[in-house]
Ligand binder design. Structure first.
Ligand SMILES: [Zn+2]
Ligand SMILES: [Zn+2]
Length: 303
């Protein structure tokens, strides 16, 4: 039986430029980035780590569990689930570009799927909104889309979701074992803004999808530092957590899928600035400084 993880994401706007020690030839990029990790926020009543205490996932546990251990599986699939929405094409194109840069994996957009869950898997929420069972969508809509070469399949929907009758809602749900996820932007829109894609909606949705994709690729909730893979129990808790992956989570991914971290960081910063979410670029400023000194050392050694 697959284990479902209640999703959540996070942000803490980038802290001070932490100690950027001059790199030595033996210093790896990950070691440099570790100096920029920001501490976990303190737990408060109702916060994710207070309500759901979890053990730290080791590098060995990640490597044993991650789909990236199979080098033939590298593609992330992305599609709209549920009714058409005027924002969907733009949102999905942005998400696809971002996932490609963030995980350094190819992303394939699939045609929308407008399947409606049957009775028993839909209900009316507290505000009169339609809600769909997230696990039904994972099982019946997303899992059947898996194909050779696919590492993960991410669904995105405008419909509010719930994972079981005892939960009020869930913003996203992922399965570690079947590499599928569903995320909703229903609760991520600022009040009164529904026709345009605001920076706040884009930021929140990027955090949600990125967090869920991290789960699909085998990352558990991060216990090491402020990180995209921190669990979160509410939109406001997620708003305070970063989109930046901490050095330990990045090391896990890099151990199975090598990436040029200098280029990754630079392109992500450019992308955030171009799409008017400079707060996300700011999170990577210290990393940019650290990695530029790494790139300099290696260009010097290479002469
Ligand atoms: Zn999660
Ligand atoms: Zn982390």
């Amino acid at each position: 039986m697959s284990v479902m993880r209640k999703f959540y994401y996070g942000i803490l706007l980038g802290g001070a430029l932490s100690a950027c020690r001059p790199p030595t030839p033996n210093t790896s990029p990950i070691q440099l980035l570790a100096g920029n990790d920001q501490p976990l926020s303190a737990t408060t009543p109702g916060s994710w780590r207070k309500v759901h205490p979890e053990k730290e996932q080791t590098l060995q546990q990640f490597r044993a569990a991650s789909v990236l251990g199979d080098t033939s599986r590298r593609t992330i699939q992305l599609l709209l689930v549920g009714p058409p929405d005027p924002k969907a094409d733009t949102l999905l194109a942005l998400i696809a570009e971002h996932l490609q840069l963030y995980f350094q994996l190819p992303v394939k957009l699939l045609p929308p799927d407008s399947t409606i869950p049957p009775a028993g898997f839909t209900r009316t929420g507290a505000s009169g909104q339609i809600q769909w069972r997230a696990d039904w969508l994972l099982d019946k809509v997303l899992h059947p889309l898996s194909a050779p070469g696919v590492a993960a399949t991410a669904g995105v929907t405008s419909i509010d979701l719930y994972p079981s009758d005892s939960w009020n809602f869930v913003m996203g749900l992922a399965s570690y074992h079947r590499q599928v996820s569903i995320s909703s932007w229903y609760r991520l829109q600022p009040p009164g803004v529904h026709k345009s894609i605001s920076p706040q909606l884009l930021t929140r949705l990027l955090k949600t999808i990125t967090h869920e994709t991290g789960h699909m690729l085998g990352l558990a909730h991060c216990q090491h530092a402020a990180c995209s893979m921190n669990g979160s129990n509410s939109v406001s808790e997620a708003d305070r957590q970063p989109l930046r992956l901490c050095s330990q989570c990045l090391q896990k991914l890099s151990s199975l899928h090598a990436a040029d971290l200098v280029k990754r960081n630079s392109r992500l910063m450019q992308w955030y600035r171009h799409h008017r979410v400079p707060n996300l670029a700011q999170e990577l400023t210290a990393d940019s400084i650290s990695l530029s000194s790494y790139a300099h050392i290696f260009s010097y050694i290479g002469r």
